[in-house]
Design a protein around this ligand. Structure first.
Ligand code: FEO
Length: 404
């Protein structure tokens, strides 16, 4: 795969990680990319971000298709996380005179990561003129780390926002419209839910800052996945605005694990009761569903309903593990409910309820607990309980139509 022109004077020269299947502990079945961009001015050449160390040879090979790497004058570190920054010192072996710049928060981190490397600070008042191409910088704390920064080239109307607008998707194509906008937006949502949902307010402020800056955007070139242009820019920004506003639907995500099938039967009866009450439902057995998939489906769900049988007086570890993950992504403004089966002594639904409350969900029904193998009457009761939760979801939706 060769270097790819992104916009006038800007080239994609990153690495494609086809085989990545785990990032931050969640599944990435489509792999990812570590995008880096060359900006070619009349007087200077800049490299925006580097790549994970193992992908430096790919990066240098692509750079060499455009310029000799020794001609790089400037390296911008938009984000210190190792997927973008760990390869920096190896890249610098090929361009030892390049000046390295980062945000105020990024400077000490980059220096520490690279054994005292000299790094200059850039901020919103700085403009670096490469000769007919200028670079501007906007600090974007917590999108995704405190050091994160966006870089913008006005002459090419190209924004390079690092993690923002990224997706974990390896592909031969470099643009979202080439892989299909629906797929790209789906992956954008999975990335947002699993990486950025805990900082959604900061992401919303970042989008507002870009809009307020009045920057013309012909291209949004993130550091993961495909690049947005044309209709894709509106689709990506619109999706971010919806997710940052925490716009919820009358929808429940049922998440559970099962031991002998009883909790599975209850989950399906509960789903039937919710569907009958007019609620959109997704149902996931944690034994067979990636946590990234479950979490992405929470983006627009008003309720999270969690089920587990009781083992050793508590919930199954898969459910406990998912709830730990759920606590990390910090869903806001959701309703919660717990259900499950037990053999001779309960405990799981009590634990689930306590954990959901600690995460910040508002419990909308008493836990539904059933002993041993569910009878037809038990399944009817579970269906009825699903209807109770559905009503609470509808009531909450009616009282909070804006969901901001
Ligand atoms: Fe892609 Fe926060 O690193």
């Amino acid at each position: 795969m060769r270097a790819v022109p992104v916009s006038d004077g800007i080239w994609w020269v990153g690495g494609v990680d086809w085989n990545l299947r785990d990032f931050h502990g969640y599944e990435t079945p489509r792999g990812t990319t570590y995008n880096a961009y060359l900006v070619i001015g009349k007087d200077q050449v800049a490299l925006i971000d580097t790549v994970k160390t193992a992908f430096v040879p790919e990066l240098l090979s692509r750079i060499a298709e455009v310029v000799d790497p020794s001609e790089i004058d400037l390296i911008v570190v938009n984000h210190v996380e190792p997927d973008h920054n760990s390869g920096l010192r190896h890249v610098m072996a090929a361009c030892p005179n390049a000046r390295v710049v980062a945000s105020k928060a990024g400077v000490p981190s980059v220096a520490e990561y690279h054994d005292g490397l000299t790094v200059d600070e850039v901020g919103p008042d700085d403009v670096i003129d490469l000769g007919g191409k200028t670079l501007r910088f906007m600090p974007m704390p917590m999108v995704h780390w405190p050091d994160s920064m966006f870089t913008y080239c006005a002459e090419s109307a190209t924004l390079m926002p690092n993690d923002a607008f990224g997706q974990h998707m390896a592909s031969a194509e470099r643009f979202a419209d080439e892989v299909g906008l629906d797929l790209a937006v789906e992956e954008l949502g999975i990335y947002f839910a699993n990486i950025l949902m805990p900082v959604a307010k900061m992401v919303g402020k970042a989008v507002d800052k870009v809009v307020a800056a009045g920057w013309k955007l012909d291209v949004i070139a993130p550091s993961h996945g495909v690049i947005w242009r044309g209709e894709g820019i509106g689709r990506a920004i619109g999706a971010y605005e919806t997710w940052c506003a925490n716009t919820l639907k009358d929808k429940a995500v049922i998440v559970y694990a099962t031991m002998w099938g009883s909790t599975d039967s209850l989950a399906k009866a509960i789903a039937d009761g919710m569907v009958a009450a007019g609620i959109d439902v997704s149902l996931y057995d944690l034994s067979v569903t990636p946590i990234a998939t479950v979490t992405a489906d929470l983006l627009d769900a008003r309720a999270i309903v969690i089920g587990s049988p009781t083992l050793h007086h508590g919930m199954l570890y898969k459910v406990a593990g998912y709830m730990q993950y759920l606590a990390g992504v910090k869903p806001v403004g959701r309703l919660g409910a717990a259900f499950g089966s037990f053999g001779w002594g309960g405990g799981a639904t009590k634990q689930i309820t306590e954990r959901l409350e600690a995460i910040g969900l508002t419990m909308c029904a008493e836990p539904f607990t059933e002993k041993f193998r569910p009878t037809t009457d038990d399944l009817d009761a579970a269906q009825e309980w699903g209807g109770v939760v559905a009503k609470a979801i509808k009531d909450a939706g009616a009282s909070a139509p804006a969901d901001a």
